[in-house]
Design a protein around this ligand. Sequence first.
Ligand code: G6P
Ligand code: MG
Length: 216
Amino acid sequence: MKKGFIFDLDGVITDTAKYHFIAWRDLGTEIGVDVDLKFNEQLKGISRMDSLDRILAHGGKENDFTLDQKEALAAKKNTHYVELLQSLTPADLLPGVKEFLDQASTKGVPCAIASASKNAPFILEKLGVKDQFAGIVDPATLHKGKPDPEIFIKAAELLNIQPEEAVGFEDAQAGIDGIKACNMYAVGVLSGEPLHGADLTCHELTELNMDELLQK
Ligand code: G6P
Ligand code: MG
């Protein structure tokens, strides 16, 4: 019997993945690295600085910038990303998310957010669902990013349950790997690329039966 739900944010609750892509692509153009949609898949679930490192390595520019310059580039990307987020409203919740959260609340099943995004509280506020989460892991407190399971273990702690008592929802391979590494039940939310190792996959949360999930 499962006792809590743990959600990734980008690509699961809302489609901010497209804004991350636009912001990285434009930064890439500025520094001469081609960030296309296929390469962008490798940035999903990966922290801001680690994403920049992957982009620089992709363009063979890993030794071209000092740490200060890299921090300035990451800050520039984030400023652009946050500009793109300003237009978010509750209408930007992915299909079935609001209904799923409401149903969880009715059943008394607590929910938490396990996202590498430092913008998560702001995004949840814009989407009008922040109060529906009993906990949001602060990624600044993490030692390792996904695919390390640390963020999912912390999210379970915030809900006062064991990782194996939770269901985790993820759209990124790094996230599915992190969920499985702490023996959590993994629901993969597909958006194009296949996800390996998920216990169950769906295209949107409307396809899921909560009672069946809680019995897993
Ligand atoms: C999520 C996204 C990543 C993003 C990371 C950090 O995991 O999938 O693409 O790089 O959050 O987001 P932030 O908003 O802190 O730059
Ligand atoms: Mg994601």
